[in-house]
Write a protein that binds this ligand. Structure first.
Ligand SMILES: NC(=O)c1ccc[n+]([C@@H]2O[C@H](COP(=O)([O-])OP(=O)(O)OC[C@H]3O[C@@H](n4cnc5c(N)ncnc54)[C@H](O)[C@@H]3O)[C@@H](O)[C@H]2O)c1
Length: 442
């Protein structure tokens, strides 16, 4: 590592997780177990992936931390907020994602991670009824209490930097409202006026994080930082933001598989995706208003990869108006499966002279096992971005996200294609490491 101008990763990195549920505790337990040499962080790009730098005779394949200064797992300190008071050990046991044998060796460390009271509004997640909640009267009070939490945690734990990651429940759908969400001053006024309809609790976490000099990552499909007011705040505070919605199971398959259909110029008339899921996330998503947020996020993936306007013969048929393929996504709450989600995809494609064919994909995945490495990578890379002086929406992190943020006010399109996202990721790492960006496929 020679040419990188990124500030070194000195001191402790505090990772404050909003939510202390299945994803959060699987993430924390995995990091703590890896640190002890008792587990391997499989699926994490920052821990395993090797990127080519240089070309021809000069080319070499390096791990991320050989190109840029990435924080060490040993330097991470965890904290969290949750509506329920259970500590991270109790919550990991409750989630039933990991076997006890994979939790017990780090029991003491997990028990020490006790959730701070949440900034919560039951109207945003009706099915939750925990009482570890801040007694704030207004949204602005929430912001102030959260800022105080971040400052206290940073001082008490002796952290040099903080990253805030949302791994809490999906909130109800908050449509973007130009009057409130298009400028920072309007958003601040709404917080002070306690406009509960337009200001979700997640926005208070994001506002508090950025103002305290911490990058903010949105792991759920919530609108939160996907609004011009937050882009303005990220620019003002010079902090990175990333979102939204971890790209774990079905959408990972979709964004990796649909390019094959497009590359081969095959037609698509319909894609039906359904899931059964039995964890608390599934319970919250069983509420139509919460599912709507997820649905919007999941639906966005295909539309920028297989475009009806670019290839009307291939992608312009199938829905009721016969202007586009039919795309449907369903999530069904089914308790017996707990965190082991089962996804089915039925893909109706067509070939030469329009003859129809079908592809079926049945993914028996483990939701939090897929999400945990994304949490780690998003936190480490957001911290890296901050040290590299990058702020605002981090498009190179789209690789990890189901519904990547983009400037929709300027007509910019999100990049959903997994391999284009991978190129963006590699090039950002190359550039931060002082190497040249390129478009080669390796
Ligand atoms: N696991 C995946 O594959 C995956 C993929 C994409 C997105 N996600 C999203 O990640 C999030 C977490 O998933 P999970 O399976 O861990 O869910 P979970 O229900 O196990 O955990 C979420 C936790 O967040 C807490 N919470 C809710 N609102 C809060 C608030 N305002 N402040 C603090 N805590 C709050 C809940 O009490 C709960 O303990 C969900 O939004 C989910 O949609 C998960």
């Amino acid at each position: 590592m020679t040419k990188s101008s990124v500030k070194p990763a000195e001191g402790k990195l505090g990772i404050l997780v909003v939510g202390n549920g299945a994803v959060a505790t699987t993430f924390m337990t995995g990091v703590l177990m890896t640190r002890k040499g008792l587990a391997k962080p499989i699926g994490s790009m920052t821990q395993y992936d090797k990127i080519r730098v240089g070309k021809g005779a000069d080319k070499k394949y390096l791990k991320y931390n050989e190109i840029v200064p990435i924080a060490k797992l040993d330097d991470i300190v965890f904290g969290c907020w949750d509506v329920y008071p259970a500590n991270a050990y109790q919550s990991a046991i409750y989630a039933e994602v990991l076997k006890e044998k994979d939790i017990e060796p780090v029991r003491e460390e997990l028990e020490a991670i006790k959730p701070m009271p949440a900034a919560f509004d039951k109207n945003y997640a009706k099915r939750l009824d925990g009482d570890n909640v801040k007694p704030c009267k207004t949204r602005w009070e929430m912001v102030e209490a959260l800022r105080e939490d971040i400052r206290r945690f940073k001082a008490e734990k002796g952290c040099s930097r903080i990253v805030v990651l949302w791994a809490a429940s999906t909130e109800i759908y908050v449509p973007v409202d130009e009057k409130v969400h298009y400028s920072l001053s309007a958003l601040e006024a709404a917080m002070k006026a306690d406009d509960r309809e337009h200001v979700a609790p997640s926005m208070c976490y994001a506002y508090a994080a950025l103002t305290e000099g911490a990058p903010f990552i949105m792991g759920a499909p919530n609108t939160t930082v996907d609004i011009p007011a937050m882009w303005e705040l990220a620019e003002k505070t010079q902090m990175p933001i990333a979102g939204k919605d971890f790209k774990t199971g079905q959408t990972l398959v979709k964004s990796g598989f649909s390019p094959m259909i497009g590359t081969r110029c095959l037609g698509l008339s319909g894609w039906f995706s359904t899931n059964i899921l039995g964890n608390r996330d599934g319970l919250v998503l069983d509420e139509p208003a919460n599912f709507r947020t997820k649905e919007v996020s999941k639906l966005s993936t295909l539309e920028t990869i297989l475009k009806p306007d670019v290839q009307p013969d291939l992608y312009g048929h199938g829905n009721d108006e016969d202007t586009q393929y039919y795309h449907k996504v369903r999530i069904n709450y089914y308790p017996p499966r707990n965190d082991n989600k089962e996804g089915w995809d039925n893909i109706d494609i067509f070939g030469w002279m329009g003859y129809p064919m079908q592809i079926k994909i049945n993914f028996l995945c483990r939701d939090s096992i897929l999400a945990a490495p994304l949490c780690l990578d998003l936190c480490l890379l957001s911290d890296l971005a901050a040290r590299a002086g990058r702020y605002g929406t981090q498009r190179f992190l789209s690789f990890f996200l189901k519904s990547p943020m983009h400037d929709y006010t300027q007509g910019e399109e999100a990049v959903n294609h997994l391999y284009q996202q991978y190129t963006m990721l590699k090039n950002a790492i190359r550039e931060m490491g002082g190497y040249e960006a390129d478009e080669e496929i390796d």
